[in-house]
Design a protein around this ligand. Structure first.
Ligand code: HEM
Length: 249
């Protein structure tokens, strides 16, 4: 009875897919290669943001009581003026980032399901990864924890919901107030270390997903991924440590 129902459902799907040609991008997204390409392209957008954000945050080290960081934050809101109204460009970038994040997570989840369907029993003696290392094996978990961190981070430093000393328009004051609480600073440090692992494997594998994979260049890929991840982690982790040690206050 169940087999009959699923047979009928498959027949309906087949008829529907034959009679309604779909947009080629959606067809491509149905395949593992399409999903990997989406992960790579959205990954590049997110890596670009994380790098720019880290370099922007380094303005805390000007030792000017946060003047440059606060001014930078204001400039981001005014970007494009007078041609583009206040905050419109910022909202455009936020939209692009949010769409990239959603697509990145969706592609990752559906790739996992596709792999499970293709190999429901699993690999004998454990899976052997092409770039077999800890970062590669923990991509799913590091991704989930970093996503949870981003939610907390927005509540902490953008909306101020979890930051009792939050003052709108004063990011320097807010981040110092936040990192003075040791458990919060520790959470930032752990999340950024996991982000570093995620970036290391992500930056390495995105070349492969885009077909830029040749044994002669693989050591460059590895070097680039390691350097990029290390720069992000060092820049980001240094800030809560600088607050905890009183280097910035
Ligand atoms: C210790 C490291 C970090 C520090 C000190 C930091 C600092 C800040 C600050 C001060 C803001 C508020 C900016 C403003 O209101 O103008 C902010 C916003 C934000 N941060 Fe971070 N951040 C860190 C790490 C990260 C990481 C690792 C991510 C992503 C994985 C991230 C994603 C964001 C996002 C999406 C926003 C909101 C931007 C917006 O739309 O206004 N941050 N961060």
């Amino acid at each position: 009875m169940q087999a009959e129902t699923s047979g009928r459902r498959n027949a309906v799907l087949t008829v529907r897919s034959r009679s309604q040609p779909r947009f080629w991008l959606l067809e491509l997204y149905d395949s593992a290669i399409g999903k990997k390409a989406v992960m790579a392209v959205t990954g590049i957008v997110l890596l670009g943001f994380v790098f720019m954000h880290m370099t922007g945050n380094l303005k805390v080290y000007y030792n000017d009581g946060g003047e440059r960081l606060d001014h930078y934050s204001e400039w981001l809101r005014d970007a494009g003026q007078p041609g583009i109204p206040h905050e419109w460009l910022l909202w455009g970038v936020r939209g692009l980032l949010a769409a990239s994040l959603v697509l990145h997570i969706h592609a990752a989840t559906s790739l996992t399901m596709l792999n499970r369907r293709a190999r429901p029993i699993g690999y004998q003696g454990g899976r052997k990864y092409a770039a077999a290392n800890y970062a590669a094996r923990t991509m799913r978990w590091s991704g989930v924890i970093v996503a949870a961190f981003v939610v907390f981070h927005l509540l902490d430093l953008t909306l101020g919901t979890t930051n009792p000393d939050f003052e709108s328009g004063r990011p320097y004051h807010n981040l110092v107030a936040s990192f003075e609480r040791e458990p919060v600073a520790a959470a930032y440090i752990v999340a950024n270390l996991l982000l570093g692992m995620h970036i290391y494997h992500g930056a390495w594998s995105l070349f492969q997903s885009l077909g830029l994979n040749h044994p002669r260049f693989n050591h460059w890929r590895r070097g680039f991924a390691a350097l990029f991840a290390a720069a992000i982690v060092a820049g980001n982790v240094s800030i809560p440590i600088a607050v905890l040690t009183g280097v910035i206050d």
